[in-house]
Design a protein around this ligand. Structure first.
Ligand code: COA
Length: 205
């Protein structure tokens, strides 16, 4: 019990924790018309997506600078490496109008992580999809919820022909999220940041 009388689970208040637990039949990816933060260009029931900017280094460090988050991504990453990752996301947006957009809880605008798209085979309109969440938000269905929104955005707004995704061979949570989103295993390929063969998947419509 905290001094303000509320209980905290893993740093998340009881009220926020119960709000994050949606009933199973709640539509999670229906685009919301709530206008609370006008920066969000895409919303789900619980999450808002905006674009990275050069002032976001503290958020980027809290995400990719956490060795628990970067464990299967080729980390740990130094401050310089995180700066480069943020710069790369900003460049992807400028060059390709996509990125691994930063995600926030609609209820309080807290930073949750990122999810989105990168160029994979631009000439074939195939994008790579990924999601990186801060550890305190794992296990709440948020990656699946964000992933569903990204999938819909890719096919409906960008005219994607297919989405590619891969995961570290030991990253069972990521594998499970991809399966829940409907991705099908196709092959293994080297992921340069880890130097390992990553199971790789495709989603078509
Ligand atoms: C992978 C990651 C995105 C998952 O996010 P999340 O919000 O916890 O995922 P969800 O809650 O939507 O779903 C996770 C699923 O994996 C399952 N899962 C989690 N850990 C698991 C484990 N150790 N073994 C088996 N299944 C596991 C969950 O039970 C859930 O499946 P279910 O709904 O059928 O029960 C998150 O852990 C993360 O950001 N990790 C760090 C970055 C990363 O590795 N990203 C993936 C890059 S490919």
């Amino acid at each position: 019990m905290r001094t303000d009388g509320t209980r905290s689970f893993g740093g998340i208040s009881q009220a926020l924790s119960s709000w994050l637990s949606l009933p199973p039949d709640t539509p999670r990816t229906k685009l919301s018309v709530r206008k609370r933060n006008p920066e969000y260009f895409l919303r789900t029931s619980r999450l808002g997506f905006r674009e990275w900017n050069a002032n976001d280094l503290p958020l980027a460090l809290a995400l990719w600078g956490d060795p628990e988050v970067s464990h299967f991504l080729g980390g740990p990453f130094s401050t310089e490496a995180v700066e480069q990752k943020l710069a790369a996301e900003i460049a992807h947006l400028r060059l390709h109008q996509i990125q691994y957009w930063p995600l926030f809880l609609l209820v309080n605008d807290e930073h949750v992580g990122c999810a989105g798209l990168r160029p994979y085979k631009p000439e074939e309109q195939i994008y790579e999809m990924g999601f990186h969440l801060r550890a305190r938000y794992w296990g709440m269905g948020l990656a699946t919820e964000a992933g569903e929104a990204v999938v819909n955005f890719a096919f409906e707004n960008l005219g994607a022909k297919a989405l590619f995704a891969g995961h570290h061979p030991q990253n069972v949570a990521s594998k499970r999220v991809l399966e829940k989103l409907g991705f099908r295993f196709t092959h293994e390929e080297v992921y340069p940041p880890t130097g390992q063969m990553h199971p790789s998947y495709l989603l078509t419509r």
